[in-house]
Design a binder for this molecule. Structure first.
Ligand code: SAM
Length: 276
């Protein structure tokens, strides 16, 4: 969720890239990015003043998902995001309740923890951050969690879903990765199933640099720090209908609400349906 690094050239940029590449090679990029952003936000200082609840993920994981380690915001924003999700499902899913749901890029379960545990729905979470997945397995035993990779495929036994959602995930992926995942989601959605995503849109326009702004106004998706793909250091901004550029045939937009991704403010909300 947080958009931290700007495209401005700083003396340390080359060093950061070297470190990011080395960390990516050894699978340590999610951990390194979380630690870097958390420490930069003075997370250690705020952590000391927080009452730690064992029912919640640790502050650094809350920060990674919610952009702040504030426990109240973690719970409230997650609940709001889940309510926003169920409202969209109510508006568009033909079946009354989804049989199987995938939270892609689930982080430490900020949204999934609000799912009803006795609805008979199968809940699955996937994230490429091992620490987040370990935490979810410990705290949310009613769901299945899988450690994934930056690029598809999904774990082969996952099966099909009536609903796949990814809040604040395409906001941190380069275009090619977005395209690859959109194709993979289409392959794992039942006909009539929904894909629900959030993106950074016009509400972030003022944060863009001049060159980014030119691209954005020209209808191009802006990708900042693609080297850090899949971490909060990388940021993607989608103007207008540009998200549809990454969608394969068979996934059709049924709803777009500017700043409608409640619980992930001020991101835009997209609902797509697999119709063939
Ligand atoms: C800003 S956090 C949002 C977490 C959660 N969706 C939420 O709303 O609380 C983005 C999450 O997406 C995960 N992520 C990013 N790219 C991914 C990928 N290609 N595969 C799996 N997880 C990914 C990150 O590890 C991180 O946990």
């Amino acid at each position: 969720m947080p958009v931290v690094e700007h495209g401005k050239k700083k003396p340390s940029v080359t060093l950061k890239r070297v470190v990011a590449r080395a960390a990516a090679r050894f699978g340590l990029l999610p951990w390194l990015s979380d630690a870097y952003l958390f420490l930069k936000s003075n997370g250690m200082r705020s952590q000391r003043s927080l009452a730690y609840s064992p029912a919640l993920p640790p502050p650094s994981l809350r920060f990674s998902s919610a952009g702040t380690s504030d426990p109240e915001w973690f719970v409230q924003s997650g609940r709001q995001a889940y309510q926003c999700l169920t409202a969209a499902v109510g508006r568009h899913l033909v079946r009354t309740a989804p049989r199987a749901v995938l939270d892609f890029g689930c982080g430490c379960g900020r949204v999934l923890r609000h799912a009803s545990q006795d609805s008979g729905t199968r809940h699955v979470g996937v994230d490429w951050n091992r620490r987040a997945i370990r935490c979810c397995r410990k705290l949310l035993p009613f769901a299945d969690f899988f450690h994934g990779s930056l690029l598809p495929p999904l774990h082969e036994d996952l099966g099909r879903f009536d609903l796949i959602y990814a809040f604040s995930v395409f906001t941190h992926l380069p275009l090619e990765a977005q395209k690859a995942w959109a194709r993979e989601f289409a392959a794992h959605l039942e006909i009539g199933g929904l894909l629900i995503l959030s993106t950074h849109g016009d509400a972030f326009a003022e944060d863009l640099s001049e060159s980014e702004s030119t691209l954005y106004r020209g209808g191009k998706v802006v990708i900042r720090e693609p080297i850090a793909a899949g971490t909060n250091v990388c940021a993607a901004f989608h103007p207008g209908d540009s998200l549809l550029q990454v969608m394969p045939a068979g996934l059709r937009k049924v709803e777009f609400i500017q700043q409608g991704a409640l619980g992930n403010p001020p991101q835009d909300l997209w609902v797509l349906v697999r119709d063939r």
